[in-house]
Write a protein that binds this ligand. Structure first.
Ligand code: 15L
Length: 263
């Protein structure tokens, strides 16, 4: 059988760059799509999500989509509206028209960013109500709801990954809880592409971090088995930066300093 052909939007971005290196190892053939040229990928489609022709060409014959494209931090609302909200709508419409049945959506912890750490020291469930911390987080709430609509209305299965901090290594004390290593990111995306799911499924995307407080059970139910742990970097980070005071938003709420961006 031929490898599964996966459309990777946002292929030139941070997470896209990790996945371009790692997903082929799981047997996927990638078709890259980005607004910017994708280094080392001469076959990539360089276009905006709001170019219907380019998007239709990109969707043709693919088995699934990994949708990372969009602005990855806070920005003025009109920019978020165009790139993340309208862009994701166009992506789902093109997938529906092409008969694509599975999408993995890069949501973010910032969809629930104002949610407080559970007082009892427990884990935060994915069922917690959406509570965006920025226009960026709001666009991720929209993406999750768009996925829900297209699951119920059109039978497109989406796994929304509320990604924590996907970087080569954790850089802040908060990231000792929120880090998603590149290798675990690929494991999670592979699980999300291959597991049977019913409709729209939301999971947190982090590594097996000792200090984690977001429930990984839904991701594990898809077959995700994280192998990395930010704790490996704890001694060095804490010696350099110190522990977070409990009233610091970096410690207290999901979205950390994003919750202060409007101040
Ligand atoms: C995100 O959603 C951002 O895209 C990323 O740059 C990080 O800031 C991450 O969240 C985070 O919460 O650490």
């Amino acid at each position: 059988t031929r490898p599964r052909l996966v459309l990777l939007t946002g292929a030139a971005g941070g997470v896209g760059t990790f996945l371009r290196a790692l997903l082929p190892g799981y047997g996927y053939q990638l078709r890259c799509f980005d607004r910017l040229p994708v280094p080392g990928e001469p076959g990539a489609i360089t276009a905006d999500l709001r170019d219907p022709q380019a998007l239709a060409t990109a969707m043709d014959g693919v088995d699934a989509v990994v949708h990372l494209a969009g602005i990855a931090q806070e920005a003025p609302f009109p920019e978020i509206l165009a790139a993340n909200i309208d862009g994701s709508y166009r992506l789902y419409e093109a997938a529906r028209a092409a008969g694509v049945r599975r999408i993995v959506f890069a949501s973010s912890n910032h969809a629930v960013g104002f949610t407080e750490r559970p007082a009892d020291g427990g884990l935060l469930p994915v069922e917690t109500p959406q509570r965006p911390d920025t226009y960026y987080g709001l666009s991720k709430c929209f993406g999750e709801n768009l996925a829900s609509l297209y699951a119920d209305r059109h039978g497109i299965e989406t796994v929304s990954l509320r990604i924590g901090s996907c970087l080569a290594v954790p850089r802040t004390v908060r990231m000792l809880a929120t880090w998603l290593s590149p290798a675990d990111c690929a494991r999670l995306v592979h699980a999300s592409l291959s597991a049977p799911v019913a409709g729209h499924t939301v999971v947190y995307g982090i590594s097996a971090n000792t200090r984690a407080w977001w429930d990984l059970a839904p991701a594990r139910a898809l077959g995700y088995r994280p192998l990395d742990n930010a704790e490996e970097f704890a001694a060095e980070l804490l010696a350099r930066l110190g522990e977070l005071p409990p009233d610091d938003p970096e410690y207290r709420v999901v979205g950390g300093s994003f919750t202060r961006l409007g101040d």
